[in-house]
Write a protein that binds this ligand. Structure first.
Ligand SMILES: *Cc1c(COP(=O)(O)O)cnc(C)c1O
Length: 383
């Protein structure tokens, strides 16, 4: 039996240990230090490319923490309504509940699988008629694929509603040459173990100004006033990134471009493989405006052409071949935790959930792994 092939596993570049050692040598085993400064700097330089203005980044303990603080910075309070893409990871929406705010879910469109700008506007109009204008929009670049950035931004601008851009899966992806994470009023990155680069656990909040970044750091370190003792006037959090985690991130930034190239090679591999299997469509970005890091390569299966075999049948088959695959995110409005909240749209994200599958996409897949995957997929589809 082959060793397990994972969906997306950590892939170290080599220099991470050097920066960890530096932290030990300077005794910066702390939530502040050189590695945090250097990691933030390198993210800022990276994201500021092709950008009119400088981008600021605050390193935090997780992507979830970044979404929570992002909503705080946008002024979300208990009872406020927040519009959220339904097809997403649970972390996109849980912080809405942390704040006592009310999530309202929006369906996807079929071209990027992300938030549908048309339904988004319908929802906004309807909420305004019902007496409450939503306070924020959470849009997600799922699987690394940019959402319809211009269309969503136009709706947000028309109604004066800020965007929290969940770019947790899309570091390195671009829209019209600019990096994902820089389009919203605030943007979120995650460096969890299975993301395109990892700090073991970690995240970041991307802001447009240095003063907003300072505010985020202040909130993430217990909101301590400038006094000789511990005095607090505001509600803070303990969400700052550790200097050890940042050491890993520093090393990972040195291989980010290479990892994006490798993930895109994996996507190419699947496009080639499935070109012979008409029942399967590999997701590719709709046009040249979008550039995906292809964090995960995802497929949609047309059961009418598989003799009734489903996405779950394929997942189970691969599991028995020691290959991990994963269903699409189950829509939030279908989650037991969230089913009582309002939903706008049709069945796009439900159908995607039924028919989609995410395939092993790591930058560390070997030729042997790819061979095993190819043979297994041919077997399943009777080639
Ligand atoms: C991973 C992920 C998050 C959460 O990030 P963590 O670092 O795991 O807290 C948020 N949103 C999306 C879309 C994600 O994939």
């Amino acid at each position: 039996m082959n060793t397990k092939i994972w969906l997306s596993s950590p892939h170290m570049g080599g220099e991470e240990l050097k920066y960890i050692r530096q932290a030990f040598e300077s005794n910066q085993i702390t939530p502040f230090g050189n590695n945090i400064d250097a990691f933030e700097n390198s993210l800022e330089n990276y994201l500021s490319q092709n950008q009119g203005n400088a981008i600021s980044v605050a390193a935090l303990s997780s992507g979830t923490a970044a979404i929570h603080l992002g909503l705080v910075v946008l002024g979300i309070k208990a009872g406020d309504e927040v519009l959220v893409q339904s097809h997403t990871h649970i972390a996109s929406v849980n912080p809405v509940l942390y704040l006592g705010a009310i999530p309202i879910f929006i369906d996807s469109e079929g071209e990027t699988f992300n938030i549908c700008p048309v339904i988004l506007e319908e929802a906004i109009k309807d909420r305004i008629i019902k007496g409450k204008k939503p306070k924020a929009i959470i849009a997600v670049h799922l699987y690394g694929n940019p959402y319809k950035v211009d269309e969503v931004a136009a709706v947000a601008k028309k109604y004066g509603i800020p965007i929290l851009e969940d770019s947790a899966e899309a570091l390195g992806s671009k829209y019209k040459g600019k990096y994902c994470g820089t389009f919203g009023d605030v943007g979120v990155l995650s460096f969890n173990g299975n993301k395109i680069i990892t700090t073991s656990a970690g995240g970041a909040l991307i802001t447009n100004t240095k003063s907003q970044k300072e505010k985020v750091i202040f909130l993430s370190t217990q909101a301590r006033d400038n006094a000789p003792y511990y005095q607090h006037s505001e509600l803070g959090y303990n969400y700052r990134m550790s200097n050890i985690c940042a050491a890993i991130g520093r090393g990972q930034m040195e291989v980010l471009e290479e990892h994006i190239k490798l993930r895109r090679d994996v996507h190419e591999f699947y496009v080639r493989l499935f070109s012979k299997i008409p029942a399967v469509k590999v997701f590719s970005v709709p046009d040249e405006d979008s550039f995906s890091n292809y964090w995960l390569t995802v497929i949609v299966i047309d059961f009418s052409q598989t003799g009734g075999k489903t996405a779950e049948d394929l997942r189970f088959f691969l599991e028995n071949k020691n290959i991990e695959s994963r269903h699409f995110w189950k829509p939030m409005h279908l989650q037991p935790l969230y089913q009582e909240f309002d939903y706008y749209g049709g069945t796009v994200c439900e159908v995607l959930f039924m028919s989609g599958l995410c395939l092993p996409s790591g930058s560390n897949l070997t030729e042997e792994d790819k061979n095993h995957i190819e043979i297994s997929l041919h077997l399943f589809f009777n080639l």
